[in-house]
Design a protein around this ligand. Structure first.
Ligand code: FNR
Length: 185
């Protein structure tokens, strides 16, 4: 039996009809069998406040434990004003503390950005890569995933509308599985 890996998926949008959440759900279906994708919610996390470091809110503790329990992390995010949505930056900050106990440390990671616009969230994508470098999360270098045209991305059943896009995403998830295996053994 081949090893399977738990992948925590962080979605950078809280919107009920979020295209990025739809993408995360579609990825869970088209990923290779060894990757078990599970969305870890971030909307309930109180804003990081260092005054609460010694008595952290339970939601911070649960989130940190969920990341630590995962073998890898996948980020699926929109772009807000050419950067990362605040809710996602807050999750990264919460997970990175207490100092010396960064939950993302050494976690194989991959980034995807999806936008209705043509640039595919390029700005957010690279801001996220910058933060993850600081958090020592080894990032899948390639393929890079900037997806535009979010409004036309999905079929009514939630699948990826264009076969070529679906094939590309399958290729990305296969590369990510190889990346996780390489780093986790
Ligand atoms: C946006 N949007 C956006 N899109 C983009 O491509 N580049 C950008 O810089 C921004 N900036 C931005 C700021 C704010 C505050 C909002 C609310 C939206 C549009 C955004 O891509 C669009 O709303 C997506 O549908 C958001 O992703 P979800 O929620 O569908 O996953």
């Amino acid at each position: 039996m081949s090893t399977s890996y738990r992948v925590a998926v962080l979605v950078g949008s809280l919107r009920k009809g979020s295209y990025n959440r739809q993408l995360a759900l579609a990825l869970a279906k088209l990923a290779p069998a060894e990757l078990k994708l599970e969305i870890v919610e971030i909307g309930q996390l109180p804003f990081y406040n260092e005054d609460q470091a010694t008595e952290p809110p339970q939601a911070w503790v649960d989130f940190r434990n969920a990341i630590k329990a995962a073998d890898a992390v996948l980020f699926v995010s929109p772009e807000y004003n050419r950067s990362i949505p605040g809710v996602l930056k807050n999750a990264l900050d919460v997970g990175s503390r207490p100092y010396g106990q960064n939950a993302f440390d050494g976690k194989p990671a991959a980034v995807m950005t999806l936008s209705p616009g043509a640039l595919g969230g390029f700005g957010a994508h690279h801001h996220l890569r910058q933060v993850l470098a600081c958090l020592n999360a080894p990032l899948l270098p390639s393929p890079e995933v900037y997806l535009g045209g979010a409004g036309e991305m999905f079929r009514a059943d939630g699948g990826i509308a264009k076969p070529e896009t679906e094939a590309f995403l399958h290729k990305v998830m296969t590369a990510f599985a190889g990346w996780v295996q390489k780093l986790k053994g």
